[in-house]
Design a protein around this ligand. Structure first.
Ligand code: 4AD
Ligand code: MG
Length: 431
């Protein structure tokens, strides 16, 4: 038995005989030669079967192989300048593990619905593979960023008794005869964490019963949320810009082949370095007016407005001081400007819209209690949250970054549905 090799590490085996275990990605024939493109999940290698070098059985098996059949292939690793990998395999032996019949995703064009119905198989294609590897890198870099800064991971529950981001997008579930809601954000619990550990983050799936069918909305998405005690809005914005620069730089450093597979314009990513421009909500409104938008001041920005604003800058832009009336109940208002919340959103370039929402939190007990009433939220469910303002309340701030929108932007793909292994949309719960 030859030694087992992983394709992405094949350069270490030049001139040696190895076995690769994987699947047939594609195949081509020419006279006495069969070219098998074999993938093992780490990369793809061309395996050359020459009739004179192998047994009749092996050659027949090479002929019988169909797309996505599983196989073990043994041969010698040789350098090959023409191949993207730089190496190919001169085959000596081949074993079919299972012959696949009629793999549904073929070379021809398929519609998005068809591909989404076959999402469990679609993940094997080059493009989806590249997107999800970049997603992994972004998540890795996100954890690394906070871990290196001594944040403690304190995860929030998924079943919650209360709303965090307004009651219109709550998923309600039966919880042993009473109601529970799928969390919209881990923030409120992260605030408790910040009072216990100083600097924390939580990272998990969050849910919104979004009735909007846009390219930016999922009903289940992943959010990473830092929360820091004694942090004001300025501190929060600085943390956010350093964080996002780190994510982009990490992808550039470790996932260049994937970015190239996706034909991403690398120059646009290379300029993503902190500091980012920061503008007041009113300045953003001025930009919209100047560009002939029909935006009504006081409203929240729509997708088209966000695109106009972000197009003015070559890196993400942070908009702060939104009208308090359109923001969540927990946001602190600016004492100098009581109609404005100490809130900030980060808008990604190239029309990708909001990737971060954050704020300084209301830290006064009475004010927060009034807000809970104004928003018609059940005081009972928030008793624990109010406690944080009774026992050693301090100024504190945090934000949430949506992983899928960030992946869409960094990979340069249009729709968030391809940025998560199994997207959950208003009309999709399968597979
Ligand atoms: O702006 P949002 O609603 O903020 C919060 O939930 C805060 N509690 C976060 C915090 O301060 N800890 O959501 C934060 C981010 C958005 O900027 C966006 O990237 C993403 O979450 N997001 C969605 N992503 C995909 N589909 C949806 N339906 C999303 N809703 C929000
Ligand atoms: Mg938001």
């Amino acid at each position: 038995m030859a030694q087992r090799a992983q394709i992405s590490k094949i350069s270490a085996f030049e001139g040696q005989e190895v076995t690769i275990k994987g699947w047939l990605y594609n195949k081509r024939s020419s006279g006495k030669l069969r070219f098998l493109l074999v993938r093992d999940g780490s990369a793809i290698i061309q395996c050359v079967v020459f009739r004179n070098d192998v047994s009749e059985q092996v050659f027949a098996d090479a002929d019988a192989l169909t797309q996505e059949s599983s196989l073990e292939v043994t041969g010698t690793v040789t350098a090959d300048k023409r191949s993207p990998l730089g190496f190919e395999l001169q085959v000596k032996d081949l074993k079919i593990v299972q012959l696949a019949h009629d793999y549904p995703i073929t070379k021809k064009e398929h519609g998005t619905d068809f591909l989404m119905d076959h999402r469990h198989l679609w993940l094997r294609s080059k493009r989806q593979h590249a997107i999800l590897r970049i997603r992994h890198q972004i998540i890795h870099a996100a954890r690394e960023f906070f871990d290196d800064r001594d944040f403690t991971l304190v995860d929030s529950p998924i079943f919650t008794p209360n709303a965090a981001e307004g009651t219109t997008t709550l998923f309600e579930t039966d919880y042993f005869g009473s109601s529970a809601y799928l969390t919209q954000s881990g923030q409120l619990y992260a605030e408790a964490g910040a009072m216990a550990f100083g600097k924390v983050y939580c990272f998990g799936p969050t849910f919104r019963a979004e009735k909007s069918k846009t390219r930016r909305h999922l009903t289940e998405f992943w959010m990473i949320e830092p929360e820091v005690a004694y942090f004001d809005l300025q501190d929060d914005m600085q943390l956010a810009e350093e964080f996002v620069s780190h994510l982009v730089q990490s992808v550039l450093k470790h996932r260049m082949p994937e970015l190239l597979t996706l034909e991403r314009d690398i120059s646009k990513l290379e300029q993503i370095k902190a500091p980012f421009p920061k503008i007041h909500y009113n300045e953003a409104v001025d930009i919209l007016k100047k560009h002939g938008s029909e935006f009504i001041p006081g409203d929240d920005f729509g997708a088209a407005d966000e695109t106009i604003i972000s197009e003015q800058f070559d890196r993400p832009v942070i908009v702060h001081h939104y009208p308090a009336a359109i923001k969540a109940f927990y946001m602190k208002r600016d004492p100098q400007e009581p109609e404005s919340a100490l809130a900030m959103d980060m808008l990604a370039p190239e029309g990708y819209g909001e990737i971060i929402g954050g704020s300084q939190r209301e830290d006064d007990y009475e004010t927060l209690l009034n807000r809970i009433h104004e928003h018609n939220l059940p005081e009972e469910a928030f008793k624990w949250y109010l406690d944080l303002r009774k026992y050693g309340s301090v100024p504190h701030s945090g934000f949430g970054l949506g992983i899928e929108r960030t992946v869409a932007w960094i990979t340069g793909i249009r729709h968030v549905r391809e940025t998560i292994p199994y997207p959950r949309l208003m009309q999709r719960l399968y597979p």
